[in-house]
Design a protein around this ligand. Structure first.
Ligand code: GTP
Ligand code: ZN
Length: 314
């Protein structure tokens, strides 16, 4: 990740450069917010489009009086998250304080997607917790049962009924969002928009405005976007669709168990130091699965991710 470390380059006199925050992106077009809260379209200098939402940048006006800008430099990132498709891996958000992985009683969530999101967070060094929404629906107990292994391994699982009991949800969640940049992820229909609209009045309008400014037309829901809950306090929600495409290709296969706390707790018991926890005799992880200390589904998901990482020429 060489580009993370890129220092501020002084391509222009320092006085002409202003600090800014990338709040949305579309291709090589970026929406950059200046310290006074004003927002404008900016293009990066040079051929590479290196910015992602959450990046702190140095920009300047294209020409005097013009309300477009040029990004001259990207400041060093605290962390960086990737998404992937069949062809490539792409960074999509940086400088996050936490990841909120949303699931709901309905629709039934994919445990594999949940596990992958948590591995990606751990790999990026970002704290993550689960928000179970729609606890007013009958599927809540089954969802809690499926989340039990996650609680047991130390992942915080919080609950809300954002539509059925919005005040209670707001009171419980607001302190958790205070002063932090929180990426909200989750499968479609879980309640992400309900959450964001609750905490960021005007968020829907902002999405429309930004997509118009960046010329992205109607495809608003495919873009990562930064929303302030409280700008002065630094509280923000980052909305990013595309849960299922979480990029894990940067993870070394041998590093995977360390990113899954329930497995990591047992690797010390393996006979071989380089045990893959698949076929080897004397495997502490498989023994823990047999004793019921690691859930069958978590172990199966480990195998699936491992196989996928092994297939990827990286
Ligand atoms: N019963 C119940 N329904 C809820 C709750 N929260 C949200 N919903 C409903 O769930 C549906 C989906 O909510 P959205 O907020 O649009 O979900 P989303 O995650 O943004 O979905 P996409 O826009 O498809 O990504 C809506 O009909 C909401 O009204 C809740 O606490 N309980
Ligand atoms: Zn093992």
């Amino acid at each position: 990740m060489k580009r993370d470390r890129r220092a501020v380059t002084e391509a222009a006199p320092a006085a002409a450069l202003s600090p800014g925050l990338v709040v949305a992106s579309h291709g090589r077009h970026y929406r950059v917010e200046a310290d006074d809260g004003s927002r404008r379209n900016c293009h990066p200098r040079g051929k590479k489009s290196d910015c992602v939402v959450g990046d702190r940048v140095r920009w300047r006006h294209t020409t005097e009086g013009d309300d477009e800008g040029v990004i001259e430099a990207v400041e060093a990132r605290r962390n960086l998250l990737f998404r992937q498709d069949e062809w490539r891996t792409k960074a999509f958000a940086a400088n996050l304080d936490q990841i909120v992985v949303m699931v709901a009683s309905e629709p039934v969530f994919s445990e594999s997607q949940l596990a992958r999101a948590l591995v990606a967070a751990q790999s990026a060094g970002i704290e993550a917790w689960v928000l179970l929404n729609k606890t007013d629906l009958p599927g809540a107990d089954e969802a809690r049962r499926r989340l039990a292994p996650y609680r047991a391994m130390g992942t915080a699982v919080r609950e809300a009924a954002l539509k059925a009991a919005p005040e209670a949800a707001q009171a419980a969640l607001l302190p958790l969002f205070a002063g932090r940049a929180s990426l909200v992820l989750g499968p479609s229909g879980t309640g992400k928009s309900t959450l964001i609209n609750r905490f960021v009045p005007g968020a829907a309008a902002a999405v429309g405005e930004i997509s118009q400014a960046l010329n992205s037309g109607r495809h608003t829901t495919t873009h990562t976007q930064w929303h302030w809950i409280d700008r002065a306090a630094g509280s923000a929600l980052i909305d990013s669709p595309g849960f299922q495409e979480f990029g894990l290709r940067q993870v070394e296969p041998a590093a995977l168990p360390a990113l899954m706390p329930d497995l990591a707790a047992h690797v010390g018991a393996c006979r071989f130091y380089n045990c893959t926890h698949r076929q080897e005799p004397g495997c502490g992880v498989r023994a823990a699965v047999e004793r019921g200390e690691i859930s069958e589904s978590r172990y199966r998901i480990y195998g699936e991710i491992l196989e996928e990482l092994g297939r990827t020429a990286w």
